[in-house]
Write a protein that binds this ligand. Sequence first.
Ligand SMILES: Nc1ncnc2c1ncn2[C@@H]1O[C@H](COP(=O)(O)OP(=O)(O)O)[C@@H](O)[C@H]1O
Ligand SMILES: O=C(OP(=O)(O)O)[C@H](O)COP(=O)(O)O
Length: 403
Amino acid sequence: MKQFNTLDDFHFEDKTVLLRVDINCPLDKETLKLTDDNRIRHIVPTVRELLDDGAKVVIIAHQGRPGDWDFIDLQQHAECLSKYLSKQVRYVDDILGDVAISEIKNLTPGNVIMLKNIRELPYELEKKSAEEHANSELVKTLAPLFDYYVNDAFATAHRSQCSLVGPPCVLPSAVGRLMEKELTALSSVFSDTNHPSVFILGGSKFSDSIKVMDRALTSKAADIIILVGLTASAFLVARGVDVGEPSRKALEAELTPETLDAAKKLLRERGEHILLPFDVAVEEDGKRKNMLVGDLPINAPIYDIGKGSIEKFTKVIDPAKTVFMSGPAGLIEKEQFTAGTRDLMTAMAHSDAYTLLGGGHTVGAAERFGMSERFSYVSTAGGALETFILGKPLPAVEALRKK
Ligand SMILES: Nc1ncnc2c1ncn2[C@@H]1O[C@H](COP(=O)(O)OP(=O)(O)O)[C@@H](O)[C@H]1O
Ligand SMILES: O=C(OP(=O)(O)O)[C@H](O)COP(=O)(O)O
């Protein structure tokens, strides 16, 4: 940790600290209530330590992406953190306006507030350099009000986004305890990978997965990549399968011509290392129905991998020495589509492999299944973890490196 300042390097008494965390949580699609608070629990040590040291703490965080159904405010997150801290974390529904500024200026030592979803700022998600982001309204408005910036958002560290890379350009900065723990623990994991090594990549962010697959295979971090979730559907399309209108629609946002070309290239050049489901589960009349990929298309959404594929993938996982899973195998928000995720996790837990689990929804599902203790390491990060274990720099971590 010598390359970074940690909480040990500063005296926080009476100082105002801007704390960026990742508390992006899985939600219930109908009630929009948090279904898992794993990421909130993991930032408690950092917040508690800062408060105990007499800091005035202002938390910034995100939930979902603008336009997505899970892009909501952080009121529940603040309430949940208050519960774990046994101390009120006041939610302030503002970021840069008079209300937020006055709340920040009026904070007293040992107290904490949480600002509005930082992704409400239109430029937060713009992929710019740290220097460009340092010129943003966010940094220009907030930096003069703060003494320190602490980043504990390991799960978003693969993004070069404003609140992650801008503030450390202008404020003395440190990694938080969670970021410190994840970086230290994970540094050793993939330095000496045991083989065969299997990556299970699923979930919905397949444009990210596609970017890491080639590198995972070239660097031999992975011998076999099993594709599940929407990632698998995207690759079925790349293989020329007509998945049907509902599934095509679900892929629309991420399946750009570039992503499709990249997937086709991977199948052409690396196909023998990439396993796709040969059967799927679709939702018909509210029920789970198994279907062979060869029988597609269907006018019903594909929500999980099928029974036969689960068995096939279990046989691949069983003899593996390293298994990494990031992204669920299906629509885990619906109980009848959790089988793929649950069974592949069970196969991991039964194997002798070093097992690594990452991703907000993936870890949330493992918690719901009561399985999170059964893996060698469970990270709060998914995409950031994929980036890290392939040796690619994480922009938010690079921004914190001591100059
Ligand atoms: N076949 C599928 N159809 C629709 N949604 C899916 C499917 N498979 C996975 N998902 C969804 O992907 C989301 C999780 O993806 P992602 O955010 O990439 O995972 P993580 O947070 O673990 O990194 C969940 O909401 C899940 O329901
Ligand atoms: O949930 C997250 O990542 P993950 O889905 O890889 O676990 C992070 O909060 C990053 O979110 P983003 O992928 O919308 O930038």
